[in-house]
Design a protein around this ligand. Sequence first.
Ligand SMILES: Cc1ncc(COP(=O)(O)O)c(C=O)c1O
Length: 386
Amino acid sequence: MKNYTPPKRLLKIGESATLKAAEKARELRARGVDVISLDVGEPDFPTPKPIIDTAYKALNEGMTKYSQSQGLLELREAISDNLRKNFGLEYLPNEIVVTPGAKMGVFYALTALLDEGDEVIVPTPAWPSYFDITKFVGANPVEVKSGENFELLTDNIEKAITEKTKAILLNYPNNPTGIVYDKKVLENVAEIVKRKGLWVVSDEIYSRLVYDGEFTPFAKIEEMRDRTITVNGFSKTYSMTGWRLGYIYGPKNVIKEILKVQQQTATHPPTFVQKAAVTALNECENYVKDMVKEFRIRRDTFYDGLRRMGFKIHKPQGAFYFFPNAADVYHEAERFSEHLLEKAGVSTTPGSGFGVGYEKHFRISYATSREKIEEAILRMEKFLKT
Ligand SMILES: Cc1ncc(COP(=O)(O)O)c(C=O)c1O
């Protein structure tokens, strides 16, 4: 084989930490080990039947060709209606771009905003892909640790801003902590954003998965609409992870540039998938409500279990994750995730990928059945006793 040196751009980024954890569990399972997966951020529910039916129909009716690169107008209209109905947000179809997944949405947004050497403030713990995507586009992520209960520390965010800072990347309901920031905190961030002339990329992919309190979209905070690019998607709300569909909305001048990036890369997400997503938005509200109800029960069950085990965690208000500190209960905290998998067959994601200072934490995804959650709790309790 010929020698190959990857370009510098690629040397800066790593494999996905979350996918790596899931891969290890898959390997063990293939060897016959009974593993409970609490690693992937993927709802265990099937994609709602009406969405699948629409995709079939669309394929049979010939929706197998190129369509508008910004996304089907019918879908962008449905997204626009949905944003109005659920959050009181006003975005016209031409202020929305449909993307192949929210991850690609983050990539597009950062590509459209950042120059080589720019800095992006990333409050941590954070979804690991933010660091890698920022580096991939030639910019630098600047981590700002959150407080004891994962609250945003706005003073520290302000202190981290330099003349190179271009944007703040927010994500709530948060992966990995499940925290939903309240309006007051977001207003404090907005005040800094305004004063320093920054942009905000707000990843709100879990915005429909909220169990307590109220979700405030960042673009709804006064004067923030023109400075905010919001990333959202279908993976989590409609259990459509494999369909690869998301969307971005923001001010028209940025959306125009984002569209250029899509035109020169993906062109657009699959046409029939977009058609199916119209059904998701227009006809599947009852599925979302049932899923949220079920997630709330699972969250409460796991929360009680974790507290019984001695974790000092707060109850997360949204998404489907816990991010406990293993040091609360285990002497070798940095290896908790690894030991739990080897000795108890429970797969979680180690905290190290979510930011500096979170090596003793681990992420639990409770997007799995109640039976598996109960069994996982029993296994964890037994593991901690021995
Ligand atoms: C915070 C966050 N943003 C984006 C994504 C990616 O979503 P998609 O499947 O739409 O690419 C994930 C998936 O885990 C996520 O947790």
